[in-house]
Write a protein that binds this ligand. Structure first.
Ligand code: UTP
Length: 288
């Protein structure tokens, strides 16, 4: 079994739900307290032993490249003033381990992943949707890599949500269940209300075999007129092992305003420096 050494981070979307904030600023760099969403996802990948980070970017996303580069003036000035530079850890990856490819048009998540095909080559790989913020110890991807080492094939993160919210997500048609593991018998992207095969959705973490790239090559557009990763994955079911893993931790949907604000609130309240003050502020605001 080949290890998971590479991860794809699709970051070329337009972030329309956050306009005008995303007119210039990539959604993936929005901070939760003091760390950008994309940095949390890269931290998660590093914890899971992944070495090479492949960012699928687009126009107006140059800030992402700068974030993972050396900030010479900043680092030099911090060193001169004896400031602690450990906060920048994880922003600079090993030379050669940080790859950028362009998706010229945001044609959908499946198309974004396919843009990384030549860098992935013939290896299984991970995918992180950085606006899905996963908090866990061990991290979500570490848990998934452990499951992959037992089961092989394809592993998707699976999350139970209220049935009425399923039309916004990729949904699993479940087979047998064994603790956190669910057999995936089918997948459907954004099922119309009342038609979802379960309330088990795909919240944005995947370990996939490279064959998915060959399928994406000819994948027709699906829900929302976009090339959907879910549709390509669905074609692998029955040909390769395919399982969902329910993650032991907390997920925040930071692609939505409510989820993003909730993540900030939760992490601020738990923060060692500002937590106590934030709790007092929150209580005061609620009392008003
Ligand atoms: P989303 O659907 O959450 O992002 O895609 P979006 O399309 O930018 O957001 P809204 O709906 O308009 O507000 C999940 C991830 O996939 C990337 C996005 O950048 C995000 O990180 N993505 C999406 C691409 O890279 N390319 C695409 O064509 C679509």
């Amino acid at each position: 079994m080949k290890p998971i050494r590479k991860a794809v981070f699709p970051v070329a979307g337009m972030g329309t739900r956050f306009l005008p904030a995303t007119k210039v600023m990539p959604k993936e760099l929005f901070p939760v307290v003091d760390r950008p969403l994309l940095q949390y996802a890269v931290d998660e990948a590093l914890e899971a032993g992944i070495e090479q980070m492949i960012f699928v970017t687009g126009r107006g996303k140059g800030m992402i490249e700068d974030h993972f580069d050396m900030a010479y003036e900043l680092e030099h000035t911090m060193a001169e003033r004896s400031k602690d530079r450990s906060v920048l850890e994880g922003t600079r990856l090993r030379p050669g381990d940080c790859v950028f490819v362009r998706q010229q048009e945001p044609l959908g998540l499946g198309h974004a992943i396919w843009c990384a095909r030549d860098i992935i080559g013939d290896e299984p790989f991970a995918i992180f949707l950085p606006d899905e913020f996963m908090v866990g110890s061990p991290s979500c991807m570490t848990q998934m890599v452990k499951a992959y080492e037992k089961l092989g094939g394809n592993i998707v993160c699976a999350l139970e949500i209220p049935m009425e919210a399923t039309p916004s997500y990729g949904v699993i048609d479940p087979g047998y269940r064994d603790g956190p593991i669910t057999e995936v018998k089918g997948l459907v992207e954004k099922p119309p209300a009342g038609t979802a095969p379960s309330n088990l959705i795909l919240p944005g973490r995947y370990i996939l075999q490279p064959e998915v790239m060959r399928i994406l090559e000819t994948q027709a557009t699906g829900a929302g007129g976009e090339i959907q990763l879910t549709d390509a994955m669905a074609q692998m079911i029955g040909k390769q092992p395919f399982h969902g893993m329910t993650f032991d931790g907390k997920r925040y949907d930071c692609g939505s305003k409510a989820g993003f604000v909730e993540a900030n609130l939760a992490l601020a309240l738990a923060h060692p420096e500002i937590g106590a003050a934030m709790r007092a502020t929150a209580e005061k605001l609620l009392a008003e």
